[in-house]
Design a binder for this molecule. Structure first.
Ligand code: CA
Length: 433
């Protein structure tokens, strides 16, 4: 397979499928951004947007004064960090200049561009046999013991999800604290009518997927099983929480941070991140660490550059946080996918990612490839293990997964565990509750 990502500079996916507790108040006066992406040679970022974390003793007046100096307007704030602001700055100023301006101010703790990550899918060969992946990881052997539990809440930070899809609708997460459509923030979490996820990219309550990527990853982890149609997810019964954080193949770091804080605060057990890029964000790592403190695992695609993450880091997979699991992509013959990143110290294990058949937008199905497809196999495994024994701490779940892999030559010396996910062994190695 050719290396279809043209360079590390421009992490935009190519291929047939991809020609592819403040919000409500702030929405009323939110500045508008154009959502356009540029690059600085190292990573992509959204034009005219910065993330600024002020020091906790910075007054509102000081913040207003600084924003006024540079022409900054507050777009939004963050439920997980009251000192963090999403700010629109004049595009003519340049994001680098704006970041420097804020960084040099005494009342600012940290300033970053709003990094644009990208979904980690590569084009594929649709003639591969369908759902080889579940056989490969010996899912049927695990399903003899457990098929899931609706208490398993798996957040999918992605392009949204086709929640009307016949194979996804049965496992759509619902917010039991919210009365849908009454225009009231019933549960007081800052979001009005967040009944079944949220669109953090456009700031509304409709996380519908019009791209396909998010529907695909959602189905891999949690398509309804044994329902007589379509496919089975790794976990048959679960609640998949769709959190939309991007448009097309571009993922907004600001939206990702908001989505991660939403996921753990609303009860998710695991968060899937089938996206990434070269840009380091302390603010994103901080959000992942907040999820970790809540006992939530964060499963990330290792990336599709075909490179070594030990020497060329890929984020968020490379954050050295104990709750992160970085996943490489393997094929039907247990080769490492040629496009998959690897790393003896930084990539934990492999999972099937090449030519994976799953649900798609508009009620469809599609075969797609990439570490985007590998990660949700592991996220589904987390859901299945926790369905079997919900009392295990997250670090134990991670250890069970890494200690249950099938060792395969293509991943030895290339991943921490040296192997590919085995669901049957993982359940066998899970103590009964
Ligand atoms: Ca709400």
């Amino acid at each position: 397979m050719p290396h279809l990502l043209p360079s590390n500079r421009r992490l935009v996916v190519q291929g047939n499928f991809f020609a592819v507790v403040f919000f409500s108040l702030w929405l009323l006066c939110a500045a508008v951004t154009n959502g356009q992406v540029s690059t600085n040679g190292e990573y992509d970022y959204f034009l005219g947007e910065v993330l600024v974390k002020f020091k906790s003793d910075a007054s509102e007046a000081k913040i207003s004064q600084l924003n006024g100096t540079i022409g900054g307007e507050i777009i939004d704030r963050f439920s997980g960090d009251p000192n963090l602001y999403h700010i629109k700055v004049p595009e003519t100023l340049g994001v680098g200049t704006a970041v420097s301006f804020y960084t040099n101010e005494d009342s600012v703790a940290l300033a970053e561009p709003n990094i644009a990550y990208s979904t980690q899918v590569v084009p594929n060969d649709p003639s591969f046999s369908r759902q080889y992946a579940l056989q490969k990881i010996q899912a049927p052997g695990a399903w003899d013991t457990v098929v899931g539990d609706y208490g398993a809440v798996l957040a999918d930070t992605d392009t949204g999800m086709d929640y009307n899809h016949a194979d996804l609708a049965p496992n759509l997460w619902t917010n039991t604290g919210e009365i849908c459509g009454n225009g009231i923030d019933d549960d007081g979490n800052g979001l009005v009518d967040d009944c079944f996820g949220w669109d953090f990219f456009n700031n509304n309550n409709n996380p519908m997927d019009t791209v396909g990527h998010g529907s695909h990853t959602a189905g891999i982890m949690g398509a309804a099983g044994n329902n007589g149609i379509g496919i089975a997810g790794v976990v048959w019964n679960a609640q998949v929480m769709p959190l939309k954080i991007g448009s097309g193949t571009s993922i907004s770091n600001a939206a990702a941070i908001k989505a991660i804080d939403y996921a753990w605060s609303m009860g998710a057990w695991a968060i899937n991140a089938s996206w990434g890029g070269r840009g380091f964000s302390q603010l994103l790592k901080d959000a992942i660490d907040r999820a970790g403190s809540a006992g939530v695992l964060f499963i990330a695609a290792a990336g599709n550059n075909g490179t070594n993450n030990d020497t060329t880091p890929f984020y968020p997979a490379n954050y050295n946080s104990p709750n992160v699991i970085s996943v490489a992509s393997t094929t039907s013959t247990d080769a490492r996918a040629s496009s998959s990143n690897y790393g003896a110290r930084t990539v934990h294990l492999g999972a099937p990612g090449a030519a994976v058949f799953s649900t798609y937008r508009s009620g469809g199905y599609a075969t797609m490839s990439g570490t985007s497809m590998a990660a949700p196999h592991v996220t589904g495994a987390v859901g299945l293990i926790w369905s079997y024994n919900p009392f295990l701490p997250s670090d134990t779940i991670k250890s069970i997964i890494l200690n249950s892999v099938d060792s395969i030559p293509s991943l030895q010396g290339r991943t921490v565990s040296g192997g590919r996910l085995n669901l049957k062994k993982a359940i066998q190695n899970t103590p009964a509750p």
